[in-house]
Design a protein around this ligand. Sequence first.
Ligand code: AMP
Ligand code: MN
Ligand code: MN
Ligand code: MN
Length: 286
Amino acid sequence: MTPVDLHCHSSVSDGLLPPREVVRKAFERGCQLFALTDHDDVRGLPDAADEAAKLGMLFISGVEISVSWGKHTLHIVGLGFDPSHPSIVEGLATVRSGRAERGERMAASLAAVGIEGVLEGARKYADNPEMISRTHFARYLVEAGKAKDTKSVFKKFLVRGKPGYVEHEWARLHEAIGWIREAGGVAVLAHPGRYELGNETLRVLLTEYRRLGGEAIEVVSGSHGAADVGRFSRLAQEFGFLASCGTDYHATGEGAREPGLNADLPVGCEPVWTRWWSPAPAANLP
Ligand code: AMP
Ligand code: MN
Ligand code: MN
Ligand code: MN
């Protein structure tokens, strides 16, 4: 295992734990380099950085930006940027600003199939009112008895073609990469195995992403099975991308991974984290 986790959520977006608690949980599991990557918001970073400093764990800034690429929604993780840089601060504010109105459309769409009061219900689960997300809707719909767990709620209600899904325009790919780079950070394409892109479309995406300044992709991810890890390891090497790893932790009991540790990258991958951290050299044997 690698004691690095560069993709995790707190209650600033759709995670359940406050930033300090996510950091502590990762540290207790043996993490040595950690990034908090809340959706479209960096306001958890000061607390997370402070907690990591107290524990003596290396911490870098992070964010996961929602992007519309044609009809696809992509997630771009930014790492190691200046979170007070106006490009990122203002860019993220525009991405968040559409979420409240989208939440109203989601609720109206569910009301049309007889499920009322969902926006009020979802709001109870969102600590950050600007960051209302499908996850908060899912948690409320479980509470309301509409499905047994959040995974089933997504399948039944919250993915394209289902009653609670509405189209939405997020940031453009070049904007998200631009904000991260202007603030001095590295862009990482999050969980590429989740987008269900055919091989040809995936190659178009990777080519455009690289041309726009994308430098890294997640190879090891909480959303990737063994086949995804192999596939994206080969693609990272072919396209010359650095490789990242992250659990994408949101809450214990939702999803398989706890925060803090990830499987080792396949041999041949160049880790994105070498600019911030390198493993201690093996002890010299006499
Ligand atoms: P949003 O940005 O509001 O569209 O919400 C996206 C979030 O929903 C993701 O970051 C995941 O946390 C969660 N999510 C998306 N798809 C699923 C799924 N199939 N099962 C469980 N959670 C999901
Ligand atoms: Mn999420
Ligand atoms: Mn994501
Ligand atoms: Mn995530």
